[in-house]
Design a protein around this ligand. Structure first.
Ligand code: PLP
Length: 411
């Protein structure tokens, strides 16, 4: 890619998005770097969303984008699905939050238990970060041990236990968290040798997502299942992204039962809601009737508006819906393969409706910019998650655009 090409792209983006630029400049006076979410910043500034409908977002300048990110995999039905909007409208009119439980949280919990037999009991949270934080706390409380193992390149949110090395996270915590090599049983055994009696939990994304899309081999997940059991540690599947891959997530596809699972993204139907749960003997520690319990408050836990949206969403996810998502995934894989054939060294990974693409010689930020100029939104690092209203023609258009970008013909 030529420098001139990059400059032209930037100029095109600036010319298309004056309204977003003005908002971003205004935002920098109130929000650090103009942003409240590291993951939605891409230089020079992101387009500001005005509205979304189905597979598309329209920005404040009136540009339409095919949304291939869907709020980082969470909008499996796309934007403003009428059934979800209706469920939310109905609940919002009845009250948006109570210091009292609602039937909706019971229904959503039942729906999740139906889909995930390993989830005997569960608790709701507002974010995936809280869900993994509480799952690890539950594992430590249950085992009476403090060491947690996680994998290189994995992402479990932003709380201290899973963010070692970040400014502000106490260095002492690093002694309680081991980072394991991915997909390598021998290296895992070696990394934990001698520390097995301290191990409370192994937390793993069955399909690594935000840190670079990569599925774990089923045998590797089975190895982790056996390893954790053999050493008295709990196995936690973080299915916050991978739950979109099938009615029972990856654990359902492979028939592996973790001790605990974390969920988020799609289960809130586009609203902030997540969950953690699993074995009853572990989760019973949260029982408020117990004298010695793990306290778990949360002003908006199980929020009825989010629960209504989540339930409405999950009810749309029939067997046909999952087949359709897989077919769309296969379509994008085929198109991307053809598009990248003339760009050796580029890479593409696809798992169900999730994919990731990178072009050799083009920085991810430049690919993001090139795609944004042509009306496509992907994660700044090239990850995408297809929603149900996306069409084959949408994906074909995306692949052709990528082919032009790979050939340097877009600028
Ligand atoms: N775990 C995984 C696998 C995730 O992908 C994410 C978010 O992307 C999280 C946890 C954190 O979820 P949240 O952003 O809702 O805090």
């Amino acid at each position: 890619m030529t420098l001139a090409g990059a400059t032209t792209r930037l100029e095109r983006y600036l010319a298309r998005t004056p309204g977003s630029r003005a908002l971003w400049e205004r935002a920098t006076r109130s929000l650090p770097g103009g942003s409240t979410r590291t993951t939605v910043y891409s230089p020079p500034y992101p387009p500001y969303a005005a509205r979304g409908e189905g597979a598309r977002i329209v920005d404040v300048d009136g540009n339409a984008y095919l949304d291939l990110l869907n709020n980082y995999t969470s909008l499996i039905l796309g934007h403003a699905h009428p059934v979800v909007v209706e469920a939310v409208r109905e609940q919002a009119a009845q009250g948006s939050a109570f210091a009292a439980p609602t039937e909706l949280e019971v229904e959503l919990a039942e729906e999740l238990r139906r889909r995930l037999p390993s989830m005997e009991l569960l608790r709701f949270t507002n974010s995936g970060t809280e869900a993994t934080m509480m799952a690890l706390r539950a594992a430590r409380a249950f085992t009476g041990r403090e060491l947690v193992a996680r994998f290189e390149g994995s992402y479990h949110g932003t709380h201290d236990q899973v963010y070692a090395g970040s400014p502000g996270v106490p260095r002492a915590l690093s002694q309680l968290v081991v980072e394991l090599p991915w997909d390598d049983p021998v290296a895992v055994t070696r990394a934990l040798a001698g520390r097995e009696p301290e191990l409370a939990a192994i937390i793993v994304e069955p399909v690594r997502g935000s840190g670079g899309l990569r599925p774990a081999q089923p045998e590797f997940l089975r190895f982790l299942r056996d390893y954790a059991r053999a050493h008295g540690a709990l196995l936690v599947f973080d299915e916050i992204i991978s739950f979109r891959l099938g009615p029972g997530g990856v654990q359902g596809q492979l028939g592996i039962g973790p001790d605990l699972t974390t969920l988020g993204k799609i289960i809130g139907g586009g609203y902030p809601l997540a969950a953690f749960g699993g074995r009853a003997d572990v989760m019973e520690r949260f029982d408020a009737r117990r004298h010695e319990r793990i306290d778990h408050g949360g002003t908006f836990n199980g929020n009825p508006v989010a629960a209504a949206a989540g339930l409405a969403t999950l009810r749309q996810l029939t067997a046909d819906a999952y087949s359709r998502l897989d077919a769309l995934g296969a379509r994008v894989e085929e198109g991307l393969r053809a598009a990248l054939a003339a760009a050796p060294g580029s890479d593409m990974v696809r798992v169900g409706s999730l994919f990731q693409v990178g072009l050799r010689g083009l920085r991810p930020a430049d690919l993001w910019l090139a795609l944004a100029c042509d009306g496509y939104l992907l994660a700044p690092r090239g990850m995408g998650a297809i929603s149900l209203p996306t069409t084959e023609a949408d994906l074909d258009g995306f692949c052709l655009t990528l082919e032009r970008i790979a050939a340097g013909e877009d600028a």
